[in-house]
Design a protein around this ligand. Sequence first.
Ligand code: FAD
Ligand code: GLY
Length: 373
Amino acid sequence: MRDHYDVAIIGGGIIGHAISYYLNKSGVRAVVIEKGASGSKATKAAAGMLGVHTEHQASDSYHQFCQHSRNLYQDLSKELHALTAIDIGLSPFGMMEIAMNETHKQELLEKKHAFTSLEWLDAEQVRDKVSALPQEVSGALYMSKDGHVEPAATCEALKRAALLHGGDLLENTNVLEITKTEDIFTVQLENASLAASHVVAASGSDSGRWFEAAGMANPIVPVKGECFSIKPGRHYFKEALFFKDFYIVPKPDGRYIVGATSNTGDLSTGTTAGGLADLMHRVFAVFPELKKEPMQEFWSGVRPGSVDGLPIIGEHPAVTGFYFATGHYRNGILLAPATGRMMKDLITKQDVRQDFREMLSPERFEKERSIQL
Ligand code: FAD
Ligand code: GLY
């Protein structure tokens, strides 16, 4: 451990490690400080979908940010593999958003109108790809470029690659307090402290305290999600499937991840019988065949949501050098590369697209507050 870093990053989830990777790669010395084990919170719970068209419906700047991040994964997966020998499991098979009734079909056809590169599959074509689906299926939108990755492997690869580029990591180390004297931040740990020229709060659903500590209202909204996985002996489908109220993501090792519940304001840990029962009820209504498959695991995590549903990536409006990179809600795995790149560009004073900067800036909450007053 050095006693002075260019950047201290609070939180070793996928966002913290992605930022550290891009910073250290460009010669900026960054340390990640993680209170437990890296990637053990929301990152570990994620299904890993790169849901550019499933998690967001409008063709706007946020859509472009998502698309940009998904595209970055193509080269990033190769770079990380070359550096660390870790395969992040980037799926080449795409996603299908499936309509089980006429109303949903009309919604998806409207979406196809907005995103002309997506392909419409009629019911027969869908059942050719996924024979276990019932006759009622009405069609699907096929998103050939929106695959998925393995979140734990991606976080681990980013972590190791950042270390190989000269970064540092302190695990099992809680950041207690940040103070600033002149241009230098002091990061207070349990039995030590370190100095940094910049600080990034990338603490997932625990990030709210850093907004409050820096004199802002807490914009973080925790949203708990529960999942389970099955590991059938047979192969059902290759594409990730997205339905109105659940999804199934097939992983290269034969697991099928089924997610997820969504409970706003719930910070509790652990899965509940009711949460899993609710999820299973939705899934088995469509895929009764899966009932007989061996259950593998179940788990939960807390998504770091925000009051307006968008991530918060940028510098504190009044405290120069203090940055936030949080609020990624349902899309932190998708958005890790773009967030890492953007934070590197902000800290090193490179150009960042104006619409991305404004849309994601923490300042938007301050502006809204002054309008309300
Ligand atoms: P985290 O992974 O939670 O990491 C934050 C870290 O900060 C934690 O490790 C924590 O210990 C540490 N920390 C907090 N406070 C301190 C402190 N004081 N000192 C030191 N360390 C601290 N996203 C997708 O893109 N695709 C998906 O398919 C997807 N599926 C999901 C399914 C579920 C069930 C859930 C719950 C989430 C899903 N997500 C998905 C969302 C995604 O998991 C999150 O957006 C992402 O993991 C957020 O990453 P993070 O690094 O900000 O947070
Ligand atoms: N993006 C999937 C989820 O958050 O459940």
